[in-house]
Structures are given as structure tokens and as C-alpha cells.
Write a protein that binds this ligand. Structure first.
Ligand SMILES: [Cu+2]
Length: 275
């Protein structure tokens, strides 16, 4: 059974294996297919048209399915690997062990944002950014630029307290848990973390930075935490909504999985802490 752990609790060996599996997916070309898929959805998901991966109720089940597929790819390289999650309310500075050279490497240099240490630095020649929106082929970051702050635990708790999963018009202007967690409205959780990291993480090709998976694994855990806290709250909308994935509609690009199929994460993995 896959157990997703807090990244701060990983042993040196677990970090080494996770990084090695990432590098192997990158070398084989499989990694970049995930970046391409994510960017295609970022580009096509719109508030007034079809929306599946983002700015819509299916943001959470879509990313859950996307992460499961990615985790299975990692496990095809090393069966002991699980996706760690990054609790950015706790590990909230650029000095966190997350950004050490033995794990993800640190922030980028001032001149061009280039990450210079760790396995994903350009100098290692193992992490060329191929799926990109400009000419720069190296991983970039600008952690906490301009004094930006990651969300606090109190801000997370204020969003977890919201009882209603999502509301019409089911997009970036909605009230409810999903849009506050995604960050288009209110205190801003998920979106703000992408911006705090900077570099590719602040773009549609955000999975170019391996921290993408650990950020989304924590967002996914917060969905599970919300479910545990509101056992009578359900995924919405239930049916018949134009341009939006209802509970039993299939989601692109897989076309064989619905939000209903994704509600119970324990069929796929558990977390190291009780929800
Ligand atoms: Cu994201």
C-alpha cells in the first residue's frame, strides 16, 4: 500500500530514491508528457467554456487522478517510492530542508532565476526544461520573492471550515471550499503557493518543477481532511451542468474516470497522519 508522507519526515534514503525515480522518468521522456498534459488543460480550461483541470469543481478529482498516474509511473521505476507532500504552512521558508541540495535544490540566482544546486540544476544535464513557454531551458525559481508569504495554518483552517464543496457558476468566481482552496477567491491557498515558488511553477508548465507534485499532494490531502471534517458534504454539481464535470461525468484526458471514482483516496494510497 502506498503511504504518502510529509516530505519533512523522509529519510535520506527515501529522498535519494524519490529524486532518482524523477530523474529516470525525465531521462526516458515520460516526465515531459505530464508537463504537456498539464499545460494543455491550463490553456483550455476557461471560466465560460469547458473546464476540467482548473477553475472548476473537477480541479480536485482531476489532480488526484493526475497524481495517481504520475505516482504509478514513479513506482514503475522504483516500487518503494510514494509521492511526498509539502505542508507549506509548516515548512514555509527557503531554508526548509525541502530546498536543500540533497532534495530539490534551492532558489534561483538573481540574474536569471536559474537553480544552481541539487539534482535538477542545469549543470547536471539531467533536467532540461523541454516543454516550455519561452527559450529558457533551465529550471528557475524565485522562492518568496518580494517578501511574499506562504499561507498560514489559520488560513488553511478557515478554508477547511467551509461546508459547501463548490457553487454556481462553478468557476474562478465561485464561493465554497473548492475555489477558496484553489485560490481564485479569498485568502488564496493553492495559487499563492505556485506564485511563491516562482519560475516555471508560476506558469502553465508548472510540473517542470518537481515541487509541483509535493504541492499538489498536500492540496489533495487537504481535500481528504475536508471530507473527514464534513462527512455529509458532497461533490457538486450532481448532474446536468453545461461545460462542467458533474459527479458521474467522465474527465478528459482519461475518459474512463469520474469525480465519483476519485472521492475515496484510500483505494489508492493513505497518508502518514490521520486525516
Ligand atoms: Cu497547481
Amino acid at each position: 500500500m502506498t503511504v504518502r508522507k510529509n516530505q519533512a519526515a523522509l529519510t535520506a534514503d527515501e529522498k535519494r530514491r524519490f529524486v532518482a525515480a524523477l530523474l529516470e522518468l525525465k531521462r526516458s521522456g515520460r516526465y515531459d508528457t505530464f508537463v504537456t498534459t498539464h499545460n494543455a488543460f491550463i490553456m483550455s480550461d476557461t471560466d465560460s467554456g469547458d473546464r476540467v483541470g482548473h477553475r472548476s469543481p473537477s480541479f480536485l478529482p482531476w489532480h488526484r487522478r493526475f497524481l495517481i498516474e504520475f505516482e504509478q509511473a514513479l513506482q514503475s521505476v522504483d516500487a518503494t517510492v510514494a509521492l511526498p507532500y509539502w505542508d507549506w504552512t509548516a515548512d514555509r521558508t527557503a531554508r526548509s530542508s525541502l530546498w536543500a541540495p540533497d532534495f530539490l535544490g534551492g532558489t534561483g540566482r538573481a540574474r536569471d532565476g536559474q537553480v544552481l544546486d541539487g539534482a535538477f540544476a542545469r549543470s547536471g544535464n539531467r533536467w532540461t526544461v523541454n516543454v516550455r513557454v519561452d527559450g529558457r531551458d533551465y529550471l528557475r525559481r524565485d522562492l518568496g520573492a518580494g517578501g511574499r508569504q506562504l499561507p498560514t495554518r489559520a488560513e488553511v483552517d478557515s478554508v477547511l471550515a467551509m461546508e459547501t464543496y463548490d457553487m454556481a457558476p462553478w468557476n474562478s468566481s465561485s464561493d465554497g471550499f473548492r475555489n477558496h482552496l484553489e485560490g481564485w477567491r479569498g485568502v488564496n491557498l493553492h495559487n499563492r503557493v505556485h506564485v511563491w515558488v516562482g519560475g516555471q511553477m508560476a506558469t502553465g508548465v508548472s510540473p517542470n518543477d518537481p515541487v509541483f507534485w509535493m504541492h499538489h499532494a498536500f492540496i489533495d490531502k487537504l481535500w481528504a481532511d475536508w471530507q473527514a471534517r464534513h462527512p455529509r458534504s458532497v461533490y457538486l454539481p450532481a448532474a446536468g451542468t453545461a461545460n462542467v464535470v458533474d459527479l458521474n461525468d467522465t474527465m478528459r484526458p482519461w475518459n474512463d474516470v469520474t469525480p465519483a471514482d476519485m472521492l475515496d483516496h484510500t483505494r489508492h494510497y493513505t497518508f502518514d497522519t490521520a486525516a
